[in-house]
Design a protein. Structure first.
Length: 376
């Protein structure tokens, strides 16, 4: 438990007054050696009121001490309520700022942490596989010290997670951690710590799905951090994750809409072409094919070059065209707005229908068919 300087001084004054009233008391000496807080001292004083045989004057003085401790406790509760109320109002403002600035999440969240939320420094980093890259840093305007070298060091370069064991553990476990002043230089990335010189800090992951995609580091420079700070920064990290998921979904929808619009335009052009193309009835030949070769010649060129091509569905023909261009399953999935599992199923059926076993063989069959006049 973190005890403020004011609370510690109040507890010390109360213990001194208890010693004056009670004299040498073993339990009081034991209490004083444990760095007590006012609540613990009050509990001891109340017990003495009930259990000790004191003079009326001592009883009155002890009761007045308990009342002063109660008043101090109420003042502390009121102060904490005011602080937390201000923090929640500020946090709400920061959350709205992040949601409206989705394209600049890193800059927005670090600025909010170091201005409206009052932290000393805040750094935002993105995670790529086994590396992480600090891309944004904000410093509180009221913070003393020269941090120009630290600001210049935040240039987006990739850092191996092996060089930062604490960050590697955060990415693996997807849980926040707090470091006090004594452990600041242990298992951390020293080049940045040497430039920042904080008295402890916290790091919180930004988790999308089941993967840590970013990290937020925060410190107060000369003061430690509490569980409340972890909750505040964790809330902002959750907002960042939500904004990123929403942005990714919007990009996917936009890509699908563009593909659908392109298909509609292609179909519209084809229908207009058919509308203006004259319809003629071809002359029917009366001569029967004289040999198997002649019968084969009368079939569609593509069907002659690619065995059983006529059995392919429209979607399989789309996949075949992209396969022949060298597209991977992932690329086909994005182009046609279907899952990779569906693409894989189409590819397997194409192999089976065409009697092919490799993508290269399919591409060769397709290339031969395109060289035949009349093949589609």
């Amino acid at each position: 438990m973190i005890i403020s300087t004011r609370s510690f001084e109040l507890a010390e004054q109360a213990i001194a007054e208890l010693r004056e009233l009670l004299g040498s008391e073993p339990n009081l000496d034991s209490l004083a050696s444990d760095e007590p807080d006012p609540t613990t001292v009050r509990t001891f004083a109340v017990r003495q009121l009930h259990e000790s045989t004191l003079s009326p004057e001592q009883t009155i003085r002890l009761a007045e001490l308990v009342m002063r401790l109660d008043a101090a406790r109420q003042d502390d509760i009121s102060r904490r309520l005011r602080v937390h109320t201000e923090q929640f109002e500020t946090l709400y403002h920061a959350m709205r700022a992040i949601h409206t600035g989705t394209d600049q999440i890193a800059r927005t969240v670090t600025q909010e942490l170091c201005t409206n939320l009052g932290y000393g420094k805040a750094m935002f980093s993105v995670v790529h596989g086994s590396t992480w890259s600090p891309i944004a840093l904000a410093v509180n305007p009221d913070l003393s010290g020269d941090f120009r070298e630290l600001i210049e060091a935040i240039d987006g370069r990739k850092i191996s997670l092996r060089e930062a064991p604490r960050e590697a553990e955060l990415v693996r476990r997807r849980r926040p951690y707090a470091v006090d002043a004594a452990d600041t230089y242990r298992h951390t990335y020293r080049p940045l710590i040497d430039l920042s010189r904080p008295a402890g800090y916290i790091a919180v992951p930004v988790v999308v799905g089941s993967r840590a995609v970013a990290m937020i580091h925060v410190d107060r420079q000369n003061d430690g951090l509490t569980d409340t700070d972890v909750h505040i920064v964790g809330t902002l990290a959750a907002v960042c994750a939500s904004s990123k998921e929403r942005a990714d979904l919007r990009r996917q929808i936009h890509a699908c809409n563009e593909h659908v619009d392109a298909e509609i335009q292609r179909l519209t052009r084809a229908l207009r072409h058919l509308e203006h193309t004259p319809v003629t009835i071809p002359q029917l030949g009366t001569r029967e094919p004289s040999s198997p070769d002649m019968a084969t010649f009368d079939t569609q060129p593509q069907d002659r070059i690619i065995p059983r091509a006529q059995t392919l569905t429209t979607r399989e023909r789309d996949v075949l065209t992209l396969m022949a261009s060298g597209a991977t399953n992932a690329a086909i999935s994005r182009q046609l707005c279907i899952s990779e599992a569906t693409v894989k199923s189409h590819v397997q059926r194409i192999f089976k229908k065409l009697g092919a076993s490799t993508r290269a063989e399919v591409a060769a069959l397709y290339a031969n068919a395109k060289r035949v006049p009349g093949a589609s």
